[in-house]
Design a binder for this molecule. Structure first.
Ligand code: C5P
Length: 302
């Protein structure tokens, strides 16, 4: 086999509860992730010379680093080192997930690179070994392997499937410029000042809504502790959220560290209507419709 193609999803946090800052620089998190049907594709091609190279095409491709700053590159390098692989790989990434949008685009590419290189190089790591490597690459990478709807703890890297039913229709309003995740966490720390921060807890109403599959209840329960910080750094997002609510979204929340805003629609027709109305406000340069939950990074070819 000389080529493997992996399709890998974006995520939205249904809840992102941020606890105290830890001594390792991460915040303790309690989060609920859902994988949604905006995808990147990663094609891994064998190269004999031991080099790892990355090429990126698709939406906002010019904003993605091609060197060691690229998480997919780091994922391939980490797997090669761990498994003692000396063959190289070329990673061709086609972006469909917003870049620096709070939807785990880079993390999802890392998950895809692990799955693709594992198949390409025949390293055959088991699921738990891949999850361990994923956790070393970034807080959201293990979830991108798992997909579906899952609860995250630790700094986000410890994931367990959630008891959830139903399918949900989402609308995502993208922003022109990405946001830096560390900057948003740091701004939250500034807003909190010296106030005591409690251990993070997922709202019970959210887990109940997932168990019943009620979109109405889920919309009401969406929660993101990073949202105040993201809105301070990018005030126009508040207008985007308000517009979505005005057009009947069941819930409106900043996705992860932003700047993408996520809206839960009543159904597919409403999602189409909501996306057209949001685009019409002129507040957001592009709007996407997606469904969730969907599977994590999976081989689709090769
Ligand atoms: O793990 P990841 O590389 O996605 O994290 C990027 C940055 O986001 C971290 O270096 C940290 O500044 C911030 N972060 C955090 N607490 C978390 C996850 C991320 O402070 N639980």
């Amino acid at each position: 086999m000389s080529d493997v193609v992996v399709r890998t999803p974006a995520k939205v946090n249904l809840a992102l509860m941020v606890g105290p800052l830890r001594t390792d620089g991460f915040h303790e998190l309690a989060s609920v992730y859902q994988a949604v049907s905006l995808y990147d594709e990663v094609r891994a091609t064998l190269v004999p010379d031991g080099q790892i190279t990355v090429r990126v095409t698709g939406q906002q491709a010019g904003k993605v680093p091609l060197d060691n700053g690229n998480l997919a590159y780091r994922a391939a390098a980490l797997l090669a080192e761990q498994a003692g692989v000396e063959t190289g790989v070329r990673l061709d990434i086609v972006k469909g997930i917003p870049v620096a949008g709070g939807m785990a685009g880079g993390s999802s590419d890392a998950a895809a690179a692990l799955v693709a290189c594992d198949a390409l190089w025949g390293t055959k790591l088991d699921r738990s070994a891949l999850l361990d490597l994923a956790a070393r690459l970034g807080s959201d990478v293990p979830f991108c392997l798992l997909g579906g709807t899952a609860v995250g703890s630790g700094h986000g890297e410890i994931v367990a499937p959630a008891l959830a039913r139903g399918a949900f229709e989402w609308v995502f309003a993208l922003d022109r410029e990405g946001m830096s995740t560390p900057a948003v966490f740091a701004h939250l720390d500034r807003l909190r000042g010296a106030a005591a921060v409690l251990p993070p807890r997922i709202p019970e109403a959210l887990m109940a809504a997932l168990r019943t599959g009620s979109a109405t209840d889920l919309g009401r329960a969406l929660a993101n502790d990073l949202q105040p910080a993201a809105l301070r750094l990018r005030p126009r997002l508040a207008q985007v959220l308000d517009a979505g609510r005005e057009y009947g979204a069941l819930g409106a929340v900043v996705s992860g560290s932003g700047p993408t805003c996520a809206f839960l629609a009543r159904g597919h027709g409403h999602a189409v209507d909501l996306s057209a109305r949001l685009a019409g406000t002129g507040l957001c340069p592009s709007v996407r419709i997606a469904t969730g939950p969907v599977p994590g990074a999976r081989v689709v070819e090769g």
